[in-house]
Design a protein around this ligand. Structure first.
Ligand SMILES: [Zn+2]
Length: 277
């Protein structure tokens, strides 16, 4: 697999007001590709000063993937969810003590959704390399660009318990070093060059986690991915602790997202494991 830089042009605009005033013809589909059990106490960091009375309670939440359909760039996947190997094996064939368990019904795997919606996949962006967001690569075409943030692969490659990126010809990396800082979100990249789809650096859950903003004529959508697992993270202002690389960074990132959502209440939001509202 060749690792290449994802080429983009740094935008001059450093103001979301202006960006959101120029939406594009881009639509969003969301798919559930399985479920995962998480605990509310841990999904909301119990050590946070505002964390009081958080129940020790298991929640079953969806594993999600999105497809955006762009008027000239075609169909683009954002995260992959699970492949069909999880239908009969909650570890999806991955081996090791730290492999997560997921549930998957028939007709929930990502290839099923792709076929059902007649999606002609042109590229795939991945928020981070945890298996519930990326393992579905195994049943997707290999000859299209797959894109993550720079550093994510090197950081996670030794930990992914079976290389689910195996067989890819190329992996592209977004380098945020020279990206425009657009407050309050921070370094942001105009992925398609027309302001329709943005990658936003949101470290904490993993060192190089990214969230996405879809700037559609139907209204803007922020996909936090795992910067917030559920809406309760945003509502209470408490970031996750579980599955989290750096809890303090995750908290800082969450607070930037909350600032953004307060400033732009017209933005619809999807959390990492709670469907778009
Ligand atoms: Zn994750």
């Amino acid at each position: 697999m060749k690792i290449r830089p994802y080429l983009y042009k740094k935008v001059e605009e450093d103001n979301w007001d202006k960006i959101l005033q120029n939406p594009s013809e881009i639509t969003t589909l969301s798919f559930q590709t399985g479920t995962v059990k998480i605990n509310l106490k841990g999904t909301l960091n119990p050590d946070h000063p505002l964390a009081e009375g958080i129940e020790d309670k298991e929640l079953e939440v969806p594993i999600l993937a999105y497809c955006v359909r762009h008027h000239t760039e075609g169909d683009i996947l954002i995260d992959t969810g699970l492949d069909a190997s999880y239908i009969n094996d909650q570890h999806g064939g991955l081996i090791g003590s730290a492999v997560d368990e997921f549930g998957l019904e028939e007709n929930e795997n990502i290839a099923y959704h792709i076929k059902k919606h007649n999606i002609k996949l042109k590229k795939v962006f991945i928020s981070h390399l945890h298996s519930d967001h990326a393992v579905g690569v195994r049943e997707l075409p290999k000859n299209i660009p797959y894109i993550i943030a720079k550093g994510e692969y090197n950081e996670y490659q030794p930990l992914i318990h079976g290389d689910f990126l195996e067989g890819l010809e190329e992996l592209y990396e977004i380098d945020f070093t020279n990206a425009q800082n657009i407050p309050p979100m921070g370094p942001s990249v105009d992925l398609l060059g027309d302001g329709s789809l943005w990658a936003i650096r949101t470290p904490g859950h993993t060192p190089n986690h990214i969230s996405f903003l879809i700037n559609s004529l139907n209204g803007p959508i922020l996909l936090t991915m795992d910067a917030a697992f559920i809406f309760e993270n945003l509502r209470r202002g408490i970031a996750p602790r579980d599955y989290t690389w750096d809890v303090l960074k995750a908290q800082e990132t969450l607070e930037r997202i909350i600032d953004f959502l307060n400033k732009y209440p017209q933005v619809r939001v999807g959390a990492g494991h709670e469907a778009l509202k």
